[in-house]
Design a protein around this ligand. Sequence first.
Ligand code: ADP
Ligand code: TYD
Length: 214
Amino acid sequence: MIRTYILNKSYFISFEGIDGSGKSTQAKLLIERLNSNSIETCFVREPGGTKISEEIRNILLDDRAEEMSSRTEALLMCASRAQLTKNIITPELKAGKWVIADRYSDSTLAYQGGGRGIDLDWLVRLNNFATFGIEPDVTFYIDIDPNIGLQRRKNISADRIESAGLEFQNEIRNKYLEIIDNFSNRCVLVDGKLSIKEISHLVWKEIKNRTSFE
Ligand code: ADP
Ligand code: TYD
């Protein structure tokens, strides 16, 4: 369900992409821009965002001796999402805030669907259950070559999923491109090779086009 923005009404925006694509950078810049235009925002990042969701995040990203099954990974991602949606996203949207998410349900389709090879229909149903049917109004997918992502993150220590390798990131990227094609009304593909400033400008232009916000 795509909602249109009406003055003083909420809006839900997600950023997606492989690791190192620049999502967090753009989410932060967008929030600064919205706040300077007197729009109240709420930032969330997945997995995590509530006490229970952060505990689930620790289980998900820690490199443990026991190998995590792909189904466990998918279920935990969705468990974290259900908690975040119920306790933070829905109340904030109801309160009229703009919610800016660094990853949401498309990450599960791309990582657990593309990366781990879980059947997409299962994941779509699981996501629908976890999100209570809520979808972002607009999703910015920042597309980059995994080699660039890796290069950009070379000074940041990798978690369990990020350290799964280049081939894994390639599978995820391909699945993202498929998803973007399937949900072309909601999703906007952004070239991640552009500069931080250029991307931020494109994001802002798109939001202004999609809302009655001036
Ligand atoms: P993500 O949240 O997608 O993992 P980040 O926003 O944390 O990515 O960015 C990873 C690194 O790449 C940071 O050092 C950031 O400054 C840099 N970066 C982000 N966007 C760009 C860009 N368009 N061009 C060059 N470097 C970028
Ligand atoms: P994080 O440190 O938040 O990475 P990033 O800054 O790139 O977003 O780690 C989250 C990791 O979890 C990242 O590798 C993507 C992965 N992930 C999934 O595999 N499935 C999901 O549904 C979500 C939300 C994240």
